[in-house]
Design a protein around this ligand. Structure first.
Ligand code: SF4
Ligand code: SF4
Length: 372
């Protein structure tokens, strides 16, 4: 592709050609982007307001319409290579149920959600309910045409995780492979794009995260850094070099986008982070079988069908202490839990599927984890 002649509109790079049509089209993309930013901000403020006023609804839910993925990242326990897509009618009913529970953000993940044939229907249904719609993808299947369809469906947020600069035996989510896709997004996307890079176990060159973050900011996207966790979502301690890169990335984040990831400062130093995980209440992970779990890394509890998930479940889990919280690196659950840090100390100990919730003086039963 010809190098971008960058027109920078309030932090967004828009590619343009010298031709008048190119300039006109960039202009209209810019106008539509600004209109969508205003609409999205209004809905985000509403989400925060509702979250502050009441604790009786989920702030965010992740749904999985397909477990299959086109990649095989070595550290990942969230994919397989055989699953069929969930029927679209079933997925629409799940979205309706989440809306009935008062959910304010629904993010579609996987597996690889761009493999799901009816993804646009799901996004439209989420937006029909006034809910903020997000997608987490590896980006491989993006084309200009696909991006325009996502624009038309009303997508609000997209997150792409990039693990390294050049592909290796751990991950093919590489800047070298995906840079062309990022340029397409810079040119065509009307939704917000965040590029997440990672430090920690398995990533060969920690400096790659910085190169990825800088490229993201250069293209007008926001950039975050994650810390690779083990199979249960727990911290793998960072080496000295990894910690250095992590801290440099945090500075990059602050210069580009106000990120709510304060827990990472403790986690990067190997210190326990004191917080109240509100998974099962403010955050729901709904797997491809339609069961509600705490999060992607603690599948197995409560493992209750979404259609039976009730206000009683939300209230119980809001007050249930999670034994895996101190070294947890699951950032989306941290983010939604910040909203309630100041209220309702957690007094219920967790239980397994075979035991009821225990009073505070009973020993903690380890949450079950299902690896894939
Ligand atoms: S990390 Fe993402 S892209 Fe990689 S295998 Fe897992 S689901 Fe697929
Ligand atoms: S603390 Fe919460 S988000 Fe983190 S692994 Fe445990 S249940 Fe999941």
């Amino acid at each position: 592709m010809a190098p971008l002649e960058g027109l920078r509109y309030a932090g967004t790079v828009v590619a343009c050609s010298n031709r008048t049509t190119g300039k006109m089209s960039s202009f209209w993309i810019y106008i539509r982007r600004r209109a969508k930013v205003v609409s999205r901000r209004a809905r985000e403020l509403r989400m925060i307001w509702r979250g502050l006023v009441s604790t009786d609804h989920p702030v965010m839910a992740h749904i999985v319409p397909i477990r299959r993925c086109n990649l095989t990242c070595a550290y990942c326990n969230e994919y397989d290579s055989t699953s069929k897509p969930v029927l679209v009618g079933t997925m629409l009913r799940r979205i309706d149920r989440l809306a009935a529970l008062g959910t304010t953000v629904i993010t579609i993940s996987g597996g690889e959600p761009l493999l799901y044939p009816d993804l646009d229907f799901l996004i439209r249904r989420i937006r029909h309910h006034g809910i903020i719609a997000g997608v987490i993808t590896n980006g491989y299947l993006l084309t200009p045409e696909r991006i325009h369809r996502l624009n038309r469906a009303g997508l609000d947020h997209m997150q792409i995780s990039i693990d390294n600069v050049t592909p290796d035996d751990v991950s093919m989510k590489s800047l070298k492979v995906l840079d062309r896709k990022l340029q397409m997004l810079a040119e065509h996307a009307e939704f917000h794009v965040n590029i997440n890079s990672v430090v920690g176990g398995g990533v060969r060159n920690p400096e790659d995260a910085l190169a990825i973050g800088r490229r993201a900011v250069e293209l007008g996207f926001t950039s975050t850094v994650g810390i690779i966790h083990d199979a249960t979502g727990q911290l793998r301690p960072l080496s000295g070099k990894e910690r250095e890169v992590f801290l440099a990335m945090r500075k990059l984040e602050k210069s580009s986008y106000a990120q709510i990831n304060y827990f990472q400062d403790d986690v990067a130093q190997g210190r326990p982070h004191i917080w109240q995980c509100r998974a099962g209440a403010r955050y729901l992970y709904v797997c491809e079988d339609g069961l509600v779990h705490y999060c992607s890394q603690q599948r197995g509890y409560p493992a209750k069908p979404l259609e039976q998930y009730s206000l009683e479940d939300i209230r119980r889990e809001f007050l249930t202490r999670k034994p895996c919280a101190a070294y947890c690196t699951v950032s989306c659950v941290h983010q939604v839990s910040y909203m309630d840090f100041w209220r309702a100390p957690q007094t219920i100990r967790p239980c397994s599927r075979t035991q009821p919730a225990a009073p505070a003086n009973e020993p903690i039963v380890q949450i079950q984890s299902i690896g894939r």
